[in-house]
Design a protein around this ligand. Structure first.
Ligand code: ADP
Ligand code: ZN
Ligand code: ZN
Length: 833
């Protein structure tokens, strides 16, 4: 690839290389028409024909001549049709980082660039038809009746009314789709088609405003006529509002009609103008008072280390390992402030911002208009405005979720990744990328400092800190000497033995809820459910069944009563007895949040109960409201999935109960134990954050499981030591690099055939055995959206060689005529589901 630096003012470029947001791993060369040669910039969007259709793409390089040795033939090169930006929306830094993502994750560059821009800016193109000179000449000679009548009518319509959008035009001439004869007329040069970006593209919103004229000279010019009381009122109100106001506001405040404003303007008392309106996602939010704490010693030490690195102006990664409630947020805020003080920008990423309305308000209270807020539930307009404020340098700090890693923050000085272990930093669709890892590379490219914060660092990050790759900062205690929450396990095997039937709630949990409520304190009830998978769990001894090769849970397939490993395709019959304790099997399928809520209402009819889960998440305001209501004490109990465990700070919550923690432990994923550990630790951190001590109850069939034992003891180190041993023994990250290759096809036989062919190609490319190739095996979701899914898992000690093998195999597959669109490459997969 060529350099992505903007074209210098040497010879104007004749060709542009364009990447499109489609599933293609290459850029295409186009000729630039004369009119665009001076104005085209790397990072700008263009419309150009790809195949038969015009498509929006991004200029990734400009060339004064074709590369020597290229196979392109001058006469076959198509032309760029339209330039959509004069100012490239992708800055050089952001373009660089998208290129890294495309390279590292083997993702189409165009898709990454699209993901890097706010949704509203992704213009689509529409086609317009108009009549040509030739068409007009012909028009007079055409018959107005007979078989050519339709053509004549069409031409007449175009001659009379000018240009039409293609679909509208077809409707006008009574055709459902573009008729063949219209294409013939185009070929004959009677009409022509053009392409333009659609007008619904998100733009700056504008409104009318007025400003008080400078010297009140207006009066003399307009002949000293006296003002009406309404006019006087308007002038008064304007003065009070520092001389400028939106017209609509002025009309409301001064209680006047709009004709008053028009007259004042005509008489020269005020000038009218248009101003940009900022769509502010927090415009109606109540902001908390910005509290000023005296930092604890541990906080001070951590902050100093970050500031020291900042002042060096070099790239550095720091791991801030702070127990829940140790005051990490305060350290983040001050680190970002320190970057601003050095005249540099700051970025903070959080896993899911809709969950933390309190955090965004707190940061807004601290940083005011300097901060831009990005997250998945902003409207297109809000998103575009926040993005524009960063691009222009008006805002210098960004708070956002995953995709905010591409935010155009200028002169980035510090990046904060809160809850760095969280799997939502990973995008689980193309382009696959991990925002934390991308942020580290971005920090490196921009000589910035990056702080990874967590109470439960990912194994990978802690391993890097152990090896000295990251600087390790530790906050080992909660602020203000608050006690660590205790977590206790409730053994559901005993509950089962006592009651002789499966129970959702143990008596212990029910009475704890009752007591908490009686003390006027709040409870959170959590379910651990990620995705859905059926597995076998013995209700007597708590064991599930693992793959002998892979150390992950086998998944139960009801249709043929088999257990299958989704990594290596090991099959075995589902036994009829527990292999550990010989008791009979019970298929465990976890309850949903709705059922739990219903059951709780039956048990506690007088309690005010709220629920939050993925279903309610789509309704953003409902979701936020439930959280804010709970924070205000208007709800007694909140039920939800694991997302409730993240980052909230509710001081009056003194009880957290986890129902069915086992559903997560038994996922067929080598990270299942790590996730369960993280969940319990985080959950424990939700209880007793105020001055009241907290209690955490975990219901489980696995009380002996090491992840649960260490989590209950709040012993990160103990868990890490045990888990890292497993990873080393079984060959999982951080000791090997992984890639997951997924083959999707409507026909099962095709999916399997392609997967086997892919395996063959991989084996051939893997002559020196740098990789272990597992599968093909059915994916955990073996059928999704009408497609059959088969996967291959690749492990290697050398990431580089792994890529060489994959790239060679895919190239061989493509050469054999296989369409690569049915294969997705997932480098460093996070969720193995
Ligand atoms: P963490 O993110 O590490 O879980 P928070 O940053 O949410 O912890 O801090 C926990 C609580 O302690 C918050 O209510 C916060 O306002 C408060 N806090 C943070 N730092 C201090 C301090 N230095 N003195 C007093 N209270 C603090
Ligand atoms: Zn058993
Ligand atoms: Zn296996």
């Amino acid at each position: 690839m060529t350099s992505v630096a903007p074209a210098a003012n040497q010879t104007a470029p004749l060709y542009a290389q364009v990447a499109f947001p489609v599933h293609l791993n290459k850029a295409f060369t186009y000729r630039l028409p004369q009119s665009l040669q001076q104005v085209a910039r790397v990072g700008s969007r263009v419309v150009a024909p790809l195949g038969t259709k015009p498509l929006t793409g991004y200029i990734v390089a400009l060339l004064p001549r074709l590369r020597s040795g290229t196979s392109l033939i001058e006469s076959e090169i198509k032309e760029v049709q339209e330039l959509l930006d004069v100012d490239p929306p992708l800055s050089t830094e952001v373009l660089e980082i998208t290129r890294w993502v495309a390279d590292y994750y083997a993702a189409p560059w165009g898709e990454v660039m699209r993901a890097a821009l706010p949704a509203g800016i992704n213009a689509t193109v529409e086609q317009a038809v108009s009549i040509t000179e030739r068409g007009r000449e012909t028009l007079s000679n055409l018959e107005t009746s007979g078989p050519a009548k339709a053509r004549t009518n069409a031409l007449q319509l175009l001659a009379a009314e000018g240009e039409f959008e293609l679909n509208t035009f077809c409707l006008r001439i009574g055709a459902a789709k573009t008729p063949q004869w219209l294409r013939e007329m185009e070929t004959a040069g009677l009409i022509e088609r053009s392409y333009r970006s659609r007008s619904t593209v998100t733009r700056v919103k504008r409104r009318k405003a007025v400003r008080l004229a400078k010297s009140e000279g207006g009066e003399s010019q307009s002949g000293n006529k006296r003002m009406t009381p309404a006019q006087q009122r308007a002038i008064e109100v304007l003065r009070v509002n520092r001389d400028t106001m939106a017209v609509s506001d002025l009309i409301k405040s001064a209680n006047i009609s709009d004709s008053v404003v028009r007259t004042l303007a005509k008489r020269g008392f005020v000038t009218e103008f248009e101003e940009d309106v900022r769509r502010d996602p927090l415009s109606r939010a109540e902001l908390p008072n910005a509290e000023v704490f005296k930092l604890t010693n541990a906080q001070t030490l951590a902050l100093r280390s970050i500031e020291k690195r900042l002042s060096e102006g070099l790239f550095a990664t720091l791991l801030l390992h702070g127990v829940t409630g140790s005051g990490k947020t305060e350290v983040y805020i001050r680190a970002m402030q320190a970057a601003l003080d050095l005249d540099r920008g700051a970025m903070m990423l959080v896993p899911e911002i809709a969950l933390t309305p309190i955090l965004s308000r707190r940061l807004r209270a601290h940083f005011g208009g300097q901060i831009a807020i990005f997250h998945s539930s902003l409207s297109k307009g809000e998103r575009f405005d926040e993005w524009s404020r960063l691009r222009s340098g008006q805002a210098r700090v960004v708070l956002g979720t995953r995709s905010a890693v591409f935010a155009p923050v200028q002169n980035l000085g510090v990046i904060i990744i809160d809850e760095e272990q969280d799997s939502s930093y990973r995008q689980e669709e193309s382009p696959f990328y991990h925002a934390r890892d991308t942020a580290i590379v971005r920090a490196q490219k921009e000589s910035a400092v990056i702080v990874l914060g967590s109470a439960t660092p990912s194994l990978e990050s802690f391993h890097n800190a152990q090896g000295g790759k990251y600087e390790y900062l530790h906050l080992s205690e909660r602020v203000a000497n608050r006690p660590m929450a205790r977590a206790e396990m409730i053994d559901m095997r005993e509950v089962f033995a006592r009651r002789k039937k499966p129970a959702v709630f143990s008596d212990e949990l029910l009475s704890a809820i009752d007591q908490t409520h009686a003390r006027n304190q709040q409870t959170i009830i959590l379910l651990n459910r990620r995705g859905y998978s059926s597995f076998i769990l013995c209700r007597s001894c708590g064991e599930s069944i693992n793959c002998p090769n892979c150390d992950v849970t086998l998944t139960y397939h009801q249709a043929d009563r088999t257990l299958i490993c989704h990594y290596c395709n090991h099959h075995q019959r589902a036994p009829s007895q527990c292999p550990t304790c010989a008791s009979k099997y019970i298929y465990y399928v976890g309850e949903g949040t709705e059922q739990i809520e219903e059951l709780l209402r039956q048990h506690f009819p007088t309690m005010r109960i709220g629920r939050i889960d993925r279903d309610t998440k789509s309704r953003r305001h409902q979701f936020e409201k439930t959280l804010l209501d709970f924070g205000k004490g208007e709800l007694d109990l909140l039920v939800g999935t694991q997302m409730l465990a993240k980052g909230h700070d509710f001081p009056n919550v003194t009880l957290v109960g986890v129902v069915s923690v086992d559903a997560g432990l038994a996922l067929p994923d080598f990270r299942a134990a790590e996730r369960a550990f993280q969940l319990i630790t985080q959950v424990a951190g939700r209880a007793g954050r105020g001055d009241l001590p907290g209690r955490v109850l975990i219901q489980t069939y696995h009380p002996h499981h090491y992840a649960l034992r260490h989590a209950c003891a709040q012993d990160y180190r103990g868990f890490y030591d045990e888990e890292i041993r497993h990873r080393r023994n079984h060959g999982y990250p951080p000791f090997v690099a992984l890639a997951l290759l997924l083959v999707r096809h409507k026909e099962a036989t095709r999916a399997h055939a392609i997967a086997h062919q892919l395996r063959q190609a991989l084996v051939e490319a893997n002559r020196d055995h740098a990789c272990r190739i597992l599968g093909p095996a059915p994916a955990p979701f073996a059928r999704l959206r009408g497609e059959h899914r088969v996967q291959l898992l690749i492990k290697s000690r050398s990431r580089k060689q792994m890529r060489v093998v994959i790239d060679a195999a895919l190239a061989a597959l493509e050469k054999s005529g296989q369409d690569l669109r049915s294969v997705t490459v997932d480098i460093d997969p996070v969720s193995m589901m």
